[in-house]
Ligand binder design. Structure first.
Ligand code: NAP
Length: 286
């Protein structure tokens, strides 16, 4: 097992600001060591002031690639040579791969979400999905779900601007039918959840200062055969997931999405599968 850095070690970076709170360096470095891959993953403070230089450095130092997080997922796009089809449609990039000096941008958040469902034996194809939230994560999740064959997606959000952009992209580019509703329209929310096989919370409600809140306040919105997903992973079980569990729903939190989006980036850089069980085990013990 390789566990030391030498003159042949290749570099992968995280470009983000703030850059010191991420779990990605730990996840990737543990995986490199476990599989004996001579790469190292380091975190760099990158924002609108130095994103161009950071991306140029990928070529200068022949880096393998990078992950992008806040505020760089959209800012990086003008400096890349190519975009994957999903990154192009989503309009954001979280992974860059340096193929012999050609930088390609990918978006693995939605891929990680779909894979986390697949690992629970859930196939999104032909399903109707209701989503609360229309931020960055929702954009990737909804567009990827549509690309994977979801039949219908109903998006509920406080504000309409971004939700309508997602709806437009899905309706114009895929066979999935997407619609926007106000989050305050409780009657429509109940009805759309009633018609759906999957409900997913992509808002911040359930974590941080909203930890004691649930985006669904009335448990009768849930029924036993509904799959309820919360992409929040800390706390492990949000108030909403506890409520859904009490109603007998199958529930999934955001840890699978987090690990699988990283695994998809890992595969793009190394060609190898991330040792997901080993990483989940490390996570649960920390
Ligand atoms: P974002 O782009 O800032 O979007 C936040 C979303 O939450 C928006 O739809 C926003 O509505 C909504 N929201 C915020 N405060 C709200 C409130 N008080 N009431 C109702 N809606 C509210 O953030 P993001 O990157 O999409 O992340 C959203 C959540 O997903 C966070 O909890 C984050 O930790 C989680 N996440 C998880 C993963 C994973 O791998 N599991 C990955 C990414 C994100 P408006 O549009 O109306 O403001």
């Amino acid at each position: 097992m390789k566990d030391s850095i030498n003159a042949r070690t290749k570099l992968v970076g995280l470009f983000a600001d703030p850059c010191t709170h991420s779990n990605s360096p730990r996840i990737h470095n543990k995986s490199f060591i476990e599989l004996g891959i001579n790469m190292v993953y380091l975190s760099f403070q990158v924002n609108e002031k130095n994103i161009k230089e950071a991306i140029t450095a990928l070529k200068t130092f022949k880096m393998v690639g990078a992950n992008l997080s806040m505020p760089n997922k959209k800012l990086a796009i003008p400096y890349l040579d190519k975009l994957s089809p999903e990154a192009k449609l989503i309009g954001a990039v979280n992974t860059i791969v340096n193929h012999n000096g050609v930088l390609t941008g990918y978006m693995t958040d939605g891929i990680g979400y779909i894979e986390s469902l697949r690992q629970e034996s859930i196939n999104i194809k032909d399903k109707k999905v209701t989503t609360a939230g229309a931020g960055g994560a929702a954009t990737a999740i909804c567009i990827q779900s549509a690309l994977e064959g979801a039949r219908e997606i109903s998006i509920f959000n406080r504000t309409e601007e971004n939700a309508k952009i997602i709806v437009g992209k899905i309706n114009e580019n895929t066979d999935c039918k997407a619609s926007y509703y106000s989050l305050y329209d409780k009657k429509a929310l109940r009805k759309e959840i009633e018609d759906s096989q999957v409900f997913i919370n992509t808002t911040n409600i359930g974590m941080g200062k909203y930890e004691d809140q649930s985006i669904i306040e009335d448990p009768t919105y849930f029924r036993e055969d509904l799959i309820v997903v919360d992409i929040i992973y800390s706390p492990e079980k949000t108030k909403m997931l506890k409520m859904a569990e009490d109603k007998g729903c199958k529930t999934i939190n955001g840890l699978g999405m987090l690990i699988n989006q990283g695994a998809a980036s890992f595969k793009l850089w190394t060609g190898k599968d991330m040792p997901i069980d080993y990483i989940k085990d490390l996570w649960n013990r920390s």
